[in-house]
Design a binder for this molecule. Sequence first.
Ligand code: P6P
Length: 367
Amino acid sequence: MLKRKKNAYLQHQNSNAMVTRYKIKTLTEFVIERQSEYPHAKGALTRLLNDIATAAKIVNREINAAGLVDILGTVGSTNIQGETQKKLDVYANDMFITMLKGGGECCAIASEENEKVISFQNNIAELGKYVVAIDPLDGSSNIESNVSIGTIFSIYRRKSEIGLGTLEDLLQPGVNQVAAGYIIYGSSTMLVYTTGKGVNGFTLDPSVGIFCLSHPDMKFTETGNIYSINEGNYVYFPEGIKKYIKYLQEEDKCTLRPYTSRYIGSLVADFHRNLIKGGIFLYPGTRKNPSGKLRLLYECNPIAFIAEQAGGKASDGFNRIMEIQPKTLHQRAPLITGPRKMVEKAEEYMRNFSPKMEHSPMPTEEE
Ligand code: P6P
């Protein structure tokens, strides 16, 4: 009798486990559910996030097909950065702009691929309340080598009242972001985003074209043992970074050193791995480029928002990234981001060995 009861219980548990295992929450369900946490939300941000997710699915399809059709080659033109534009770069940029313009919730876009702000006129008053800064296909130089690449986006409320979005609407410090995230086109395609209440990751099920919640409430580990930096620039690094790297490479069992070096050269892929496994990412200012390489509006700020919401930190070596007041659309900023304790150790080395870097020259548009 007891054995029959036990078997019946186990069968009941297994059937529940089956249901639980397959009870998925979609991105759409999640965003709508979370919308209720914002009393004044009328659904505009929800629709904007879904517009971005839809564009990402379409870009994902083209990236996966890229190896099969002749869109790996360059399109010949160059973007604002002076980089040769890959056809996928252009395709992704066009797709996100089209979706954001068509969705009606956005009145202006700053894109890595466009020199100036792209503004839209919304004739319906309650539309166009947001602006978006976006790197439509970051790391695209890795496309031919089939390395994971990404889209990085940042969403702000517009400051102007009505009409076309303006440059001032885009030149807001990162603390004003209402949402930020990235899509990583890798072995699986994931959308990771925050609206200021934690970080959640959604994996695309390509068979049905749905982003499913796979990584709820993502957090950095308290510290990690991975460091990501392009050591090919070592000779140009400030003394503080040089000494920090040597600190990471010393043997010390108590602090898990020497750390492991991992660097792909694709910001979204490097950052995402470090968020999952615990590690610090550094793209510092150098003797050659005191403001570093990464762009404040659509690389540093969105990554910084995610990092802080995941319990980590993001600085330029001295100051919080999200408190930098942008002066130009494509300005660069040094970026050090990861678990709080790791970033603070790097900042300690910068303060002690490269204090003069704190007030490096203000970036210019040409940079
Ligand atoms: P480097 C890609 O071009 C990118 O903007 C980021 O995705 C990446 O982190 C960085 O540049 C890599 O730069 O100089 O190490 O090749």
